[in-house]
Write a new protein. Structure first.
Length: 119
């Protein structure tokens, strides 16, 4: 089992940037695909993007393409989500999640970190 801890959330003005981090416990992190999700108040959880176990591939939902970037450092057991050109509609709790079998099924979740974008 792996534990995930997100950090880096906060309050930022529209157009600003934040970098979220997700640190994982355990020695098998480097073999997992990882994903980022978000959930705004009153809305369902939404997939934001993912990264392959090697970091060679990334994929994003259309609404964040060109603004958000996912990266990882397997030596530090950490995955990152760089958020640029933030909009008020990006306000949500952001979660990282691990897909240990690389089948698109996210088995482990962090507790989330709040991102609030003011207009």
């Amino acid at each position: 089992q792996v534990q995930l801890v997100e950090s880096g959330g906060g309050l930022v003005q529209a157009g600003g940037s934040l970098r979220l981090s997700c640190e994982a416990s355990g020695r098998t992190f480097a073999s997992y695909n990882m994903g980022w999700f978000r959930q705004a108040p009153g809305r369902e959880r939404e997939f934001v993007g993912g990264i392959s176990w090697s970091g060679d591939s990334t994929w994003y939902t259309d609404s964040v393409k060109g603004r958000f970037t996912i990266s990882r450092d397997n030596a530090k057991n950490t995955v990152y989500l760089q958020l640029n050109s933030l909009k008020p509609e990006d306000t949500a709790v952001y979660y990282c999640a691990a897909d240990p079998y690389r089948h698109g099924s996210y088995e482990y979740w962090g507790q989330g970190t709040q991102v609030t974008v003011s207009s």
